[in-house]
Design a protein around this ligand. Structure first.
Ligand SMILES: [Zn+2]
Ligand SMILES: [Zn+2]
Length: 398
């Protein structure tokens, strides 16, 4: 029996667990119910299990039995959901105000599958495996919390490589693995701006200090900056997602505020984008004689894969699933990931796994985070097997 055969043999169990998780989505860093399900699902396996003290994480260490002590690798699966109201119409759909719209219920389940597969092959493991079940991926930096709490050293030695899989509800064919060496997901930052003027009568702007035209100028100047100040081959994205000012057509307000998401794909562009956006807002405010509070806050840096690790991952995928199941992405994705906290410290791979429902069109199927995003259970054993095989292989590498 291959690892994949074993994974397929536990398919029904995995589907049942995934549906259960799907029906009880929890968001943020505190996922008590989900944590309980994970602990129950890995209960009885020969694992050293610890839970987070400030977040609902689960760290499980499997000790290899085939010698080469002092080596360890890490598998990451995130467990949190989103504040989205599900509209998939599936019979196991969540009914409240939260939803596993990013497929993290599949990641949690595939990690449980991998734990079982590896525990059964413990004697073939040339080192230890750290299973990182993390909360709070969706904007709460759960990975950062776990890294600070020492997950990379959970086996007593720092892990030498790490792998995270992420399902997609469209764009990748079902069962297809995809990633690239180098930057694979963007850095994400937030720009927050408050332009401070002086309110007055709409008919007499010369007696007031109108913050609105200056704030509008900032919005367009930021778009100009994105194309004039950054290399077209190292691009950035600036999207103003919120803009608020004023209460009535004939009243000049005291201030105007807006917020933007900033995305970049190289550490250099990341640093410069934080500086330039603030400089532009301050410059425009000064030109109009207005005060401004402009602050760019870093959320997540760029997620960068090791090229060597990606090559090794691709050969594991082909060994498990045969030729043609791995594609190299031509470009990074514009989303962001807190797995960057792990890949900032150890080499590894963040890879995507296509989980589009067979009756949906790849190109038009609702994408992750949509209330209609749906993920195919059929990929659960595929992902579990790749997690497990990768750990077995990576610990054999000299
Ligand atoms: Zn997400
Ligand atoms: Zn996600």
């Amino acid at each position: 029996m291959t690892v994949l055969d074993d994974a397929r043999a536990m398919s029904d169990d995995l589907v049942e667990l995934r549906h259960r998780l799907h029906q009880h989505p929890e968001i943020g860093l505190d996922l008590p119910w989900t944590q309980e399900q994970v602990l129950a699902a890995i209960d009885g396996l020969p694992l050293e299990v610890t839970t987070g003290s400030d977040v609902s994480s689960v760290t499980a260490v499997l000790r290899g039995g085939a010698g080469s002590g002092g080596r360890a690798v890490l598998l990451r699966g995130d467990m949190d959901a989103l504040p989205v109201q599900e509209r998939t119409g599936l019979d196991y759909a969540a009914t409240g105000a939260t939803m596993h719209a990013c497929g993290h219920d599949l990641h949690t389940t595939m990690m449980v599958g991998a734990a079982r597969l590896l525990a059964a092959r413990r004697d073939e493991l040339h080192g230890d495996v750290v299973l990182m079940f993390q909360p709070g991926e969706e904007g709460y930096d759960g990975a950062g919390h776990m890294v600070k709490a020492g997950v990379l050293d959970a086996a007593g030695t720092t892990v030498e490589a790490a792998l995270a899989l992420h399902v997609t509800s469209s764009f990748l064919p079902q069962g297809m693995f995809a990633t690239r060496g180098g930057p694979v997901m963007s850095a994400a930052d937030v720009l927050r701006v408050t332009v401070r003027g002086a309110g007055g009568h709409g008919s007499a702007p010369h007696r007031a200090k109108d913050p609105i035209p200056a704030a509008c100028e900032m919005v367009t100047a930021l778009q100009t900056m994105a194309t004039r100040r950054f290399d077209v081959f190292d691009p950035v994205v600036v999207t103003i997602g919120a803009f608020h000012a004023g209460t009535a057509h004939n009243v000049i307000p005291d201030d105007a505020t807006f917020e933007a998401t900033l995305r970049s794909f190289s550490p250099e562009a990341h640093v410069r984008l934080l500086e330039e956006t603030v400089r532009i807002c301050r410059g425009i405010a000064a030109a109009h004689g207005l005060e401004v509070d402009a602050e760019a806050t870093e959320l997540y840096p760029v997620t960068v894969n090791s090229a060597t690790e990606v090559d090794a991952f691709a050969s594991v995928v082909e060994q498990v699933h045969g030729d043609g199941k791995f594609i190299e992405l031509p470009n990074p994705l514009t989303g962001s990931e807190d797995f960057c906290r792990v890949l900032d410290r150890v080499p590894g791979t963040m890879a995507f796994l296509g989980a589009c429902l067979p009756d949906r069109d790849l190109m038009t199927a609702p994408y992750n985070h949509s209330p209609e995003a749906a993920f195919d259970d059929a990929v659960l054993p595929d992902g579990a097997a790749v997690y497990a095989e990768w750990a077995l292989h990576r610990l054999q590498r000299p």
